[in-house]
Design a protein around this ligand. Structure first.
Ligand code: AMP
Ligand code: GLY
Length: 421
């Protein structure tokens, strides 16, 4: 029986712990540095996700068989390289391969070089040049900070005035700190967005079922971009041909390209796609599972996560299966998120456990459970139809909603509005 160490502290990691804990091959799941609500499925380990020495020492002492990394920050900082050097088994890309997420300029240049469909773009580290280029573009136009910005480093400007102001704020006024001093200016894509996760090892690419996230803070896609406010899977109104196209034209070619470039990819690869009138185009790559999409996709996965990863690491074809039910989940976030937000919201009466409730940002204190993050809880349900899953999820939210927490009330409506058309 195996011992698994999950790295990270959000809802995605709670879902990962839940899924690993279900495996008959796994005897114990540890999570560093897990949040207050995860102890229903894992043992919390108080080591920082960037303390690689500490994590390696823990993994050796506790004879961890597999370490799985949730967030991008330790991956981009080289956690997989450090574990591999120490002779430990870890599923997650190296620092070089993580550039697919860590640098938007790197990702765009790779797509350009290998003819992978994506929005037209140009990269800049010089403000004057960027400003001149921008003035010759049409609006809406998209500005993306090169570096990591927790899903918030993207500005979609609808007027040239707004675009020029945002450009200046990013490149000269530290809007996204260091992440924005170089940036990508790219064409605005219109269409249906979807998230596709795949298990990758070198040229082997095995997809999961797709999901749809809801990036904007408020209903009807209003407000700022966030890390994601809700998700559902499957996405029945998107044709299988779009998923096949994403696999054949993007996921497999980029995995091959990374091998050719001497940076073979091993881990979860997340493709963010737009299905446009001209076919599927890549919006971005992430070097890990999406949050909150993975909270529903991992629940929908009926096959064993641990066995799947073992097979992929051994270059064996894994068996990956999914439930026929629909899964829908909603983020309860602290007022103010994604900007500065309220903390220490009282959650001491919360009785829900996983999988109905995954904790995204909570902590245990003397006074009981309180919120500690911008995204606080992920509440989800499954049902034979998406409509029923939505009703069940919002019924649960009605029981636990409170002052200080806000949520979108339209998760899943993109699909549901199509069903009633
Ligand atoms: P990213 O961090 O690249 O995923 O961007 C965050 C979000 O901004 C995406 O999920 C899209 O909703 C939106 N977005 C990014 N790039 C584009 C684009 N070229 N056209 C339209 N929307 C975009
Ligand atoms: N939900 C989007 C992300 O994880 O980046």
């Amino acid at each position: 029986m195996a011992k698994v160490l999950v790295i990270g502290s959000g809802g995605r990691e709670h879902a990962l712990c839940y899924k690993f804990a279900q495996s008959p091959y796994v005897e114990q799941v540890y999570v560093a540095n897990g949040n207050g609500g995860m102890d229903d499925v894992a043992t919390l380990v108080d080591i920082d996700i960037l303390d690689f020495e500490g994590l390696i020492a823990f993994a050796k002492e506790n004879k961890i068989d597999l370490t799985f990394v949730g967030p991008e920050i330790p991956l981009c900082a080289g956690i997989s390289d450090a574990f591999q050097k120490a002779g430990l088994s870890i599923f997650g890309p190296t620092q070089a391969a993580s550039q697919l997420e860590g640098s938007k300029c790197f990702a765009k240049d790779m797509m350009h070089k290998y003819n992978i469909p994506t929005a037209k773009y140009a990269s800049f580290d010089d403000y004057e040049k960027a400003s001149v280029y921008l003035s010759n573009q049409k609006c809406p136009i998209v500005l993306k900070a090169d570096g990591l910005a927790a899903g918030k480093g993207v500005i979609i400007a609808t007027t040239m005035e707004e675009a020029q102001k945002s450009l200046k704020d990013m490149m000269c006024n530290d809007l996204f700190k260091e992440a924005g001093t170089s940036l990508v200016i790219e064409e605005y894509l219109e269409g249906e967005e979807f998230s596709l996760f795949a298990f990758v090892n070198g040229k082997d690419v095995y997809p999961m079922q797709i999901a749809q996230d809801h990036k904007r803070a408020f209903d009807h896609d209003q407000g700022l971009n966030t890390g994601g406010m809700g998700a559902y899977t499957p996405v029945a109104h998107l044709p299988q041909s779009a998923v096949d196209e994403a696999m054949e034209k993007v996921m497999k070619p980029i995995a091959e390209a990374m091998v050719l470039e001497g940076m073979p990819y091993q881990g979860i690869l997340y493709g963010g796609f737009m299905l446009t009138d001209e076919g599927v185009k890549t919006i971005e790559f992430n070097c890990r599972f999406g949050d909150p999409e993975s909270e529903v996709v991992l629940q929908a996965m009926t096959s064993d996560l641990y066995q799947t990863i073992m097979d992929v690491m051994d270059h064996k074809e894994p068996v990956i299966t999914f439930s026929k039910e629909a899964f829908l989940g909603v983020v309860l976030a602290a007022e103010g998120y994604p900007q500065s937000y309220q903390k220490n919201i009282d959650l001491s009466d919360l009785k829900l456990t996983s999988p109905a409730c995954f904790h995204m940002g909570t902590k245990k204190t003397d006074k009981g459970l309180v919120s500690s993050g911008g995204r606080v809880l992920f509440i989800s349900q499954s049902a034979p139809t998406l409509k029923e899953a939505k009703q069940k999820t919002y019924a649960l939210i009605d029981e636990i909603k409170r002052e200080g927490l806000f949520y979108r009330s339209d998760i899943g409506d993109r699909e549901l509005s199509k069903e009633t058309d």
